[in-house]
Design a protein around this ligand. Structure first.
Ligand SMILES: Cc1cc2nc3c(=O)[nH]c(=O)nc-3n(C[C@H](O)[C@H](O)[C@H](O)COP(=O)(O)OP(=O)(O)OC[C@H]3O[C@@H](n4cnc5c(N)ncnc54)[C@H](O)[C@@H]3O)c2cc1C
Length: 387
């Protein structure tokens, strides 16, 4: 076995950090690469034991034996019955309900907090409900997992929430170590934008809106509703940046897929396969068009998932939905890589203002999309007229 096993992953490393967390000799470093994504590579101490390979998605083959195919999951439309929970969370607050259930029942929770000193998303283990608000809400940047995942103890009970790639690594780790007491929760994942983009964006917001040290970041503020959510950033003196997703530059770039991790464009876990007990997402289906508080799509993928959903019946609204409905409520195709993605990421490293990059690279894509949509609707109208 080669000594640089993780280095051979090339562009497909997701930066999930599970390899580094389990390496007994601590010979894997997960560092930010030049494009602003976490990336695992082995250091001089590596003896080529191959443990990292056993949890790495690059070497995964489950698809062959159908165990984790998403069609086997049960689908639900769910939301918390508590308006305060809905207000604080990204969709229907089911993430919070699950974590609260866990903390009430002897589990510790490993979720993602925003670290305001470094302006980073970081996985952290909490064991008390008084810290639960810290891990609520989606942080649309890659989280650093290694410290938290390294502290997970095989004999403890945990609920771990993470991206599908992070959860894949942990599922493999559980199987390998015959761990039964962890509950894994992931979400339908659009991918993660880079820290290069996030840093440039934060710098721009601070400069333009005269913000000092950031005190709160909400990527999914429901001030203007759940569908038209806003990014809201507040500094220590209460000065605020708040823009709706259609106007906020970070969200526009993220949602136009211009700056995702390379591995996100070839992700195996976005729709086909699921390794968590429960998968969460936004229920963007037509059924919820008029709801502005937030609704979650919830997949139960295992018996453990079924048990948790049963336990949440008293605090949530639950409605069973078909697989067809799940498909219409989620973007299930592979994410297309825009032609200018590499150029955009190169320019992001340079001293060029984010507004200029937005004008040059994002606006043409948006225009093209609007034009295509117009043509589609004209075609539909013509079809109607000519019968
Ligand atoms: C990067 C990213 C991309 C996403 N893409 C989609 C998508 O395309 N479609 C869709 O329907 N939903 C997507 N989601 C999930 C969605 O934003 C909501 O988290 C989900 O609907 C659950 O909402 P909630 O209100 O139940 O829980 P929330 O309160 O929002 O809880 C979310 C949970 O996710 C964890 N978390 C937050 N940020 C991160 C992070 N960066 N990495 C790992 N875990 C994190 C938190 O610890 C928390 O436990 C994405 C989330 C993230 C973080």
């Amino acid at each position: 076995m080669s000594n640089n096993i993780m280095d051979s992953l090339g562009g497909s490393c997701t930066g999930c950090g599970v390899c580094a967390s389990i390496c007994p000799l601590k010979c894997i470093d997960v560092k930010r690469d030049i494009n602003g994504f976490y990336y695992a590579s082995t250091n001089q101490k590596c003896i080529g034991c191959g443990l990292c390979k056993s949890v790495c998605n690059k070497f995964h083959q489950e698809y062959m034996n159908n165990i984790y195919k998403i069609e086997r999951s049960k689908g639900y439309l769910m939301y918390s019955l508590d308006d305060e929970v809905l207000q604080k969370t990204s969709s229907g607050g089911i993430g919070k309900e699950i974590c609260e259930y866990g903390l009430d029942n002897g589990y510790k929770v490993c979720g993602v907090v925003y670290d305001y000193d470094q302006n980073r998303a970081v996985h952290k283990i909490i064991d008390s409900k008084k810290n639960i608000d810290d891990i609520l809400g989606s942080k649309y940047i890659q989280s650093y997992t290694v410290d938290a995942f390294s502290s997970l103890e095989k004999t403890e009970k945990y609920i771990v929430v993470g991206t599908p790639c992070q959860i894949y690594g942990l599922r493999k780790f559980m199987i390998k170590n015959k761990i039964d007491d962890w509950i894994l929760v992931d979400f339908f994942c659009h991918g993660t934008p880079s820290l290069n983009l996030w840093d440039k964006y934060i710098e721009m917001i601070k400069r333009k809106e005269h913000l000092e040290k950031i005190k709160s970041v909400n990527f999914r503020d429901k001030v203007s509703g759940w569908h038209n959510f806003s990014v809201t950033i507040t500094d220590e003196y209460g000065k605020i940046h708040s823009k709706s997703m259609n106007k906020d530059l970070f969200m526009r770039i993220f949602l136009e897929n211009l700056d995702l991790n390379n591995s996100c464009y070839q992700c195996k876990f976005r729709f086909n396969e699921v390794f968590s007990d429960i998968r969460l997402g936004d229920f963007w289906g037509p059924k919820c068009n008029d709801n502005e508080k937030g609704v979650s799509i919830v997949l139960s993928n295992t018996k453990k998932g079924d048990e948790i959903i049963k336990k949440l019946m008293n605090t949530t609204y639950v409605e069973k939905v078909s697989f067809g409905e799940i498909k219409t409520s989620q973007y299930i195709k592979e994410i297309t890589k825009p032609n200018v993605k590499n150029k955009f990421q190169e320019k992001l490293k340079k001293d060029i203002a984010l507004d200029d990059l937005y004008r040059k690279y994002v606006i043409p894509i948006e225009k093209k999309r609007r034009f295509k949509r117009k043509i589609r609707s004209i075609k539909v109208k013509i079809k109607k007229v000519i019968g």
